[in-house]
Ligand binder design. Sequence first.
Ligand code: NAP
Length: 336
Amino acid sequence: MSLKLGVIGTGAIGQDHIRRCSQTLLGSQVVAVTDINLAQAAKVVAELKIAAEVYPDGHALIKAPEVEAVLVTSWGPSHEEFVLAAIAAGKPVFCEKPLAVTAAGCRKIVEAEMAHGKRLVQVGFMRPYDSGYRALKAVIDSGQIGEPLMLHCAHRNPRVGENYKTDMAITDTLIHELDVLRWLLADDYVSVQVVFPRKSSKALAHLRDPQVVLLETARGTRIDVEVFVNCQYGYDIQCEVVGETGIARLPEPSQVQLRSEAKLSNAILMDWKDRFIAAYDVELQAFIDGVRAGQVGGPSAWDGYAAAVAADACIEAQNSGQIVKLAQPPRPAFYG
Ligand code: NAP
C-alpha cells in the first residue's frame, strides 16, 4: 500500500516534491494538498494530473483521516505551527528547511516530539543525501587527509528577488551549510562572525551582498563561508576541506566537458533545483521508506534546532559586527 501524503504549500519546492512523490519515487501517493492560495493548489493538482483533494488550510489537511504523513513546503514562518500540529496528530512530517524561523520555535518542536516519545520529524536538509557530500565525508572519515583544520566554502546564487533581505543570507541560504558542515565534521560550532566585503553593485539597495561567515568548531576547525547571492554567473556550491596531510574538495556536478571555438569549458548550473535534484529524490524516498517501516530517520528536529541556534548567533553577529559565542545545548539521548 502506498503512503498517503498531504502537502502544505504548492509553491516552487512544493510542486517539485509533489511531482517527485507522484512520478519518480516509489511507495507514495499525494492525496491532499493545500496552499494559502487555493486556486494555485487546484491548478497544481490539475497540471500534475494527480487525484488529490484540495483542503481549505494546513490544519484541516493534517486532521484529514486519509492523510498518513505530511510534507510542509509552505513559507518558513508557517512551518512551526504545521509541524507542531502534525506531531499533535501523531503523524510523521517532512518539513522543508527551516524547521522554524527561530531556535526557540525549533526547541518547541523538539520538546513536542520528545513528549510524543517517538521520532516523527524529518527536516528537508538534503545535502547529507548528496553523493558528492557523502564522498567528501567518506574521505574525511577515512583519515586520508588527517584531521580537518580549515574549510573554505561558498554558496553562490545568480540573483535573488526584492523580498530577499540581508538576514535571509543566513536563514534561507547559509542554513544549508550550517547543517551539512556539522554533519561533515561531526562537530558543533562555538563561535561565529560575519564580515561584509565591498558590496556588489548588482545587489539591490537594501541588501548587503556578499557576506563572509566565519565559524569556529568545538575541536578548533575554522570555516569560512562566502554567501554571495547576486553572483550572476551560476548556482555554485563549493567546499574545500584542508586537512593535516591533504585537501579534499566537493566534486563538481557532472557536466559534459566541451572543446569548441578555441575553448575548453564546463557548463555551470543556474538553478538550485538542478544542482541537488538527485539528493531531493533520495531524501524524500528515505522519508517514505522510513515512515512505511515505522522508523523516521534522516536530519532530525534536533539537527533543525542546532542549525537554528547557529543561525540566530549569525544574525546577532551580522548586526553587532562582533564575534558571537554559541552555547549548543547537549544532544538528548532521544536523538541518538
Ligand atoms: P514559494 O515558491 O514561495 O512557495 C511557498 C508556498 O507556500 C506559496 O505558494 C505560499 O503562498 C504558500 N504558503 C505561505 N503560507 C502558507 C500557509 N500558511 N499555508 C499554506 N500555504 C502557505 O517558496 P519555495 O521556494 O517553494 O519555498 C518553500 C519552503 O521550502 C521555504 O521554507 C524554503 O526555504 C524551502 N526551500 C528549501 C529548499 C531546499 O533546498 N531544501 C529549496 C527551496 C525552498 P503565497 O505565495 O501566496 O504566499
